[in-house]
Design a protein around this ligand. Structure first.
Ligand SMILES: *Cc1c(COP(=O)(O)O)cnc(C)c1O
Length: 496
């Protein structure tokens, strides 16, 4: 299997090379040249396997330059022990025909663990194959959950160092605390003044700094990314869509080949894109519902074909979706533009220059066939948390609540009765204040851990271990830098 760039430049590369580089030399994102198919025989086989077995099989299809043993050791390293009850992606039934795919039972209590527990294995294996003995310096811009998950995944992994930048405006208190207390000899964390887009742009600028890259290369260091622009982030996410479908079939909830819709709370468009790849492999997915919060740039794009980031940026109660530049959309654009890399490059130039692009008509029609989009404001998010808890005794986090709301909007608008899986991306205990406020509980304490205890108490749920443990953990990283000091922060980290 070979990988190509969304901007059409450069050579085809192996899976290891794509994962090792992160970004293609022409600035594009890597994607597989063809999509393997989920044959009936393979589907049958997958249904008989556990999550680890399914992940091994599916990864093997995309990474044929990795040996089965290598894949197996990466997958086992990721999913063998790190997830609660050894069940990385359990399904909960909310009501007849509506399910939640819970992806937050890993070490940092958000769905980013699904990929970031696996990426370090994939990356270090790639480095051994094609890295020429270099050490990887992983840079991450986070809207809250990626940073912690990447730190946890890469901590003390030999041959790697990791630096996480998080926007000072935007992450939740619990998310910040998770990062400030990170353990590990090869990690560093810094706040950045500004929002997520500022932070992500800063990291992109560092990647684009050719002189810096050369300087680092002389020290045998290679900059790479653990953001979802890396193919190694997306690939593990395909697995849980297929696995969820297998689970519904083996549990008798779905008939053979019966279509299902997925509703995905979306920010950078990575998670939902993985679902799209599962559909292209042949998984019977009907519609993919793209759920946004008030930062509804994707809703507008899917409805109108115009992507326009010239709009106010809102800090919401679902901070991991506060994004106006959805990097992974570029991979879908490549398909929508008929694999025309030059056309994608032109759209990205428009986006960089004028902050907007307009999709060709035919692309809008293709998009419309596969996707439906909706958004949910702050009030709707809070109402949904309260309503679902009252009706189903199920406690949603703010991001998942956005998706539950949008799934309801879709069903009301279309009368489509296809079974629906809503992707649940974080534990409610990462956002205890917003969740308590949504439940209408007054006189809230200031301290986040007091909030978490109150939430547990009032809802009869348990605080996840990784969150409870933070309270006693010492803070190691409390520094903040300006957007134009991000390179200096990197230098300081490397010279330590
Ligand atoms: C990252 C994140 C999202 C958005 O996922 P994308 O892949 O960026 O679309 C949604 N919910 C939570 C809790 C997240 O951490």
């Amino acid at each position: 299997m070979q990988y190509i760039s969304t901007r059409g430049g450069g050579e085809r590369v192996s899976g290891a090379e794509a994962i090792f580089r992160g970004l293609a030399p022409d600035g594009g994102l890597y994607l597989p040249e063809s999509i393997p198919s989920l044959t009936p025989a393979l589907f049958h086989e997958l249904c008989g396997l556990d999550y680890i077995g399914r992940a091994e099989r599916i990864l093997g299809l995309f990474l044929d330059d990795y040996t089965p043993d290598e894949i197996s050791s990466c997958v086992r390293g990721a999913y063998q022990d790190g997830f609660q009850d050894n069940c990385p992606a359990p399904l909960a039934k909310l009501s007849e025909g509506t399910y939640l795919l819970e992806l937050w039972h890993g070490p940092t209590c958000a769905f980013k663990d699904m990929a970031l527990q696996l990426l370090p294995g994939l990356l270090t294996t790639a480095m051994a194959k094609v890295g020429g003995g270099k050490e990887a310096v992983i840079l991450v811009a986070t809207s809250g959950d990626t940073g912690k998950a990447a730190l946890e995944g890469f901590r003390d992994v030999p041959g790697t160092r990791i630096l996480v930048y998080y926007p000072q405006e935007g992450v939740s208190t619990m998310q910040r605390r998770q990062m400030e207390t990170q353990q590990g000899g090869n990690v560093w964390v810094t706040g950045v003044r500004g929002n997520f887009d500022d932070t992500q742009n800063g990291v992109k600028a560092i990647f684009g700094d050719q002189a810096l890259r050369e300087e680092l290369a002389k020290k045998n260091l290679l900059l790479t990314s653990a953001n979802s622009i890396n193919w190694g982030r997306l690939l593990p996410q395909i697995v849980y869509y297929i696995s969820a479908y297998c689970g519904l079939v083996t549990d008798g909830e779905l008939g053979h080949n019966q279509p299902v819709n997925f509703c995905v709370p979306t920010g950078n468009f990575g998670n939902i894109l993985a679902a799209h790849y599962a559909r292209r492999m042949g998984l019977p997915i009907g519609k993919l519902l793209c759920a946004s919060n008030r930062n509804k740039v994707l809703t507008d794009c899917i409805r109108t074909g115009i992507y326009d980031r010239n709009r106010p940026f809102y800090c919401t109660s679902s901070p991991s979706m506060d994004i106006l530049i959805s990097s992974n959309l570029e991979r879908l654009l490549f398909e929508l533009c008929g694999s025309d890399g030059a056309a994608v490059a032109a759209l990205q130039r428009d986006l960089a220059g004028r902050g907007r692009f307009v999709l060709p008509d035919q692309a809008v029609q293709t998009l419309d066939r596969g996707f439906w989009a909706g958004f949910c404001d702050e009030q709707g998010t809070a109402d949904t948390i309260r309503e679902v808890f009252t009706r189903c005794s199920y406690l949603l986090d703010t991001h998942t609540a956005v998706a539950v709301q949008v799934a309801g909007q879709y069903q009301a608008a279309t009368q489509d009765t296809t079974p629906m899986v809503i992707v649940s991306t974080a534990s409610p205990f990462k956002f205890p204040r917003s969740v308590l406020e949504a439940l209408g509980i007054a006189d809230l304490p200031d301290d986040d851990f007091a909030l978490a205890r109150l939430l547990a108490d009032r809802t009869g749920t348990d605080i996840p271990g990784p969150i409870a443990e933070l309270e006693q953990a010492p803070r190691r990283f409390e520094g903040v830098c300006a957007g134009d000091e991000m390179t200096a922060a990197l230098r300081a980290f490397l010279n330590r």
